[in-house]
Write a protein that binds this ligand. Structure first.
Ligand SMILES: [Zn+2]
Length: 442
């Protein structure tokens, strides 16, 4: 009894301590926030391209995502020059099409898949915002039907979603991430990524030269594209993939896109091309990913998109890789996560946490499930991962879906990261050290 009391009070002490730290200073609180899509920023630890690309000499990635597809012939006509230009680089046409509605048997889709495009999702009905009119079921249905439709395309495996109108309105919402994207469709299908939050480069980023972030008159170069003052669907100076609510990679979108540009300076303005290229240049300096949005809606011409590709090739050559979202997710799963995606086969939490364990400013990886228990610490000097076995399991399968095993991260002191484990099998604090996780029983 005495021992039980001791354990109980120790757990109480630890949880109240964690509660205090959580409230005051815990830099790892983002792991437990409810569907927070906006936690990273200038000072948040980075997940640079060399950490996940699996290809020597590549510093940055560019994705080209075209939205709103309903009519494949219109998209083929607009895209052809762009696809042919991309194929000159390495034989692949790395464009992602965010689709609203198509016929899954349309032969054009098979031609595109063979050329290397990825066919992704954007909802059937394009509601802005998705959650509106007090009709949650309608919002989930237009998302689910689009996901199932893209799974019905033979040979296609969609991975990514873009919220309609995310560039012009505050359309993404926490509930949509938590209860639609991070769930499965009635058929059991699910995605692994969103590309719906805008990243804006600003002159307060110490890594970036101000000739990239400021106009000649000293005003901010990219902030002017933000559509209105209360536009909050944005993060700053963070061109890296990050995880929303444990189950969804976010590939933040580069400012400007063609809608934002035509909104302030007319369609097809050469300045739009200049600023897209400048944003990609900034992304290369930060070794990140630039996710360029465009449309075939007469806001930017296809030869202007070809000019963006030409200039990126000219400036950076092999240092920049054009990838589809499908390829990005594949490389993250293979090279960063050792074949353990953040979503398990049933779509649930696979026990993968992205966290800066050694607090060096680069994100590390902790995998803890029934298949693998490994902490991966990034070594920036050698651009390699140091893998360290451990005993902590975050989730496990059960008949009613995957179960959270009650593990929480916290900062034990300014230089110590620890995990509090409290479940039927283990009650302990595990402290990260460079050699091992040191276990202290509770
Ligand atoms: Zn759209």
């Amino acid at each position: 009894m005495l021992r039980l009391c001791f354990i109980a009070s120790a757990i109480l002490f630890a949880t109240s301590l964690c509660g205090q730290l959580y409230a005051q200073t815990n830099p790892l609180a983002y792991l437990d926030h409810y569907a927070d899509a906006y936690y990273p920023g200038t000072d948040f630890p980075k997940l640079t391209t060399p950490q996940w690309i699996g290809e020597e000499g590549v510093d940055a990635v560019v994705t080209l995502g075209i939205d709103d597809m309903r009519d494949t012939a219109k998209y083929e006509a607009f895209l052809r020059r762009i696809l042919d230009r991309l194929k000159q680089i390495d034989g692949r046409a790395a464009v992602s099409i965010m689709t609203c509605k198509i016929d899954p048997t349309d032969p054009q889709l098979q031609d595109w898949l063979a050329e290397g495009l990825s066919l992704e999702t954007h909802t059937i009905a394009h509601p802005c915002p998705c959650l509106q009119g007090g009709d949650f079921a309608k919002a989930k249905a237009t998302y689910d039907e689009c996901v199932d439709m893209m799974y019905a395309v033979p040979g296609n495996h969609p991975v990514a979603f873009r919220f309609p109108c995310m560039d012009s309105k505050n359309t993404p919402s926490p509930r949509a991430f938590a209860e639609i994207i991070n769930k499965t469709t009635g058929n059991g299908n699910f995605l692994q990524a969103s590309t719906s939050v805008v990243n804006v480069f600003k002159s307060n980023d110490p890594q970036l030269p101000q000739k990239l972030t400021l106009n000649a008159d000293g005003s901010e170069r990219f902030e002017r594209y933000i559509p209105f003052e209360s536009f909050v669907n944005k993060i700053e100076n963070y061109p890296y993939p990050y995880v929303i609510d444990r189950l969804c990679w976010e590939f933040p979108c580069t400012i400007p896109d063609d809608w934002q540009a035509q909104n302030i300076q007319q369609p097809n303005n050469p300045r739009t091309v200049d600023d897209m290229v400048a944003a990609i240049d900034a992304t290369v300096i930060k070794q990140g990913i630039a996710n360029i949005i465009f449309h075939p809606h007469n806001w930017i011409r296809n030869d202007q998109m070809v000019a963006v590709i030409d200039r990126v090739q000219e400036h950076h050559g092999r240092r920049v890789k054009f990838l589809t979202f499908k390829e990005c997710v594949q490389r993250i799963n293979d090279n960063l996560l050792l074949g353990q995606p953040i979503r398990a086969a049933d779509g649930g939490d696979n026990g993968v946490r992205i966290v800066d364990l050694n607090q060096d400013g680069f994100l590390d990886v902790m995998i803890g499930n029934e298949n693998l228990k490994v902490a991966r610490i990034w070594q920036p000097a050698t651009k390699t991962w140091h893998d360290m076995p451990h005993d902590v399991q975050f989730t496990r399968p059960s008949e009613s879906g995957r179960i959270d095993l009650g593990v929480r991260f916290g900062q034990l002191s300014p230089d110590r990261i620890g995990l509090l484990v409290n479940n039927e099998k283990d009650q302990a604090i595990y402290q990260y050290t460079p050699d091992e996780f040191v276990r202290t029983s509770l």
